[in-house]
Ligand binder design. Sequence first.
Ligand code: FAD
Length: 340
Amino acid sequence: MTIPEKIVIIGAGQAGGQACFSLRQLGYEGSITLVGDEPVLPYQRPPLSKAYMMGELSEDRLFLKPAAWYEDNNVDVILSMRALSIDRVEKKVHLEHGGELEYDALILATGSRPRPLPLKGASLKGVHDLRSITDVERIKTSMVAGRQLVVIGAGYIGLEAAAVARKMGLSVIVLERADRVLSRVTSVVMSEFFANEHQSQGVDIKTDVIAQEILGKNDQVNAVRMSNSEVIKADIVLAGIGILPNDELAKEARIACENGIIVNSETCTDDPSIFAIGDCAERPLVHYDRRGGLESVHNAIEQGKIVAATLLKKPTPKADCPWFWSDQYDLKLQIAGLSS
Ligand code: FAD
């Protein structure tokens, strides 16, 4: 493939934003169009379950670059707009409301979405998941001191939100089906350390339990029934049970997908004009001799840089070891590598 004249990026998040920045940084002068279905410019999500939820960070501090950067660098940004389908023969993306965009190279940076709670009552008012600024705004209004928050899932997001809620004076119960917190991402020793920290901060952590039903009155949540039949009061429920990659556009266009859009180490899919980066991609994990998805800022940035270098025929940066972080209370957990 020659250097493309028109690059279209679907998904205006961490990875899509980084692809724009890296393309211009590497001297690309062709057309870049960035399409996102959220109403705002690319922003960082980590503070959503940390300082931003706590009210310690203003919204403008979330954005990766100010609006002027996109204007100054001649990036066409189309917000509040969903890409509906890809025509690989005509090399076009069809947008909501009937618009279409032609591309020479298409970058899918569609991210992921929270795995929906497969429970009766999950659509009651007061039951939340957490992915976007809009979600946090909704949750924040009900985070009132004295209320009881039930968190389903003791992963990073659930535990970070639990820590924020405790600081805000809510009582917090965390339900986890595994026998320990953070079981998917860290060792038994670290799990115990974090469980102890939460308990000392007053969080009630219940492991080996499955939330079975969300109960409510007048369409509003008021309790959660667990697998042991115990019913616990809940003014708010927050689900953090993992994510699903947004790979539907690719699947519908018959691009190879498994647990995400399959890409090679240059971020290219099985269509040489289409690339996928960030949470939506299933990439080679060179340090582990297998493929997999990585849900992290580090991965989104790394792949944004790699796709830009690939498209501009520059040397691609060497793949780093995956790394992650999590802030809970005054602790910062940093993990290099994948836990298994
Ligand atoms: P996103 O940032 O999700 O961007 C994808 C964008 O594409 C979204 O705006 C989406 O709405 C849009 N989109 C999807 N489909 C379409 C379509 N068809 N048309 C148009 N637009 C579309 N990572 C860490 O490393 N450390 C942390 O501490 C950490 N904390 C986190 C806390 C929270 C609350 C969350 C939600 C995530 C956290 N992460 C953290 C994960 C990290 O934020 C993600 O891995 C990262 O945002 C992935 O970037 P992305 O660009 O792939 O996806």
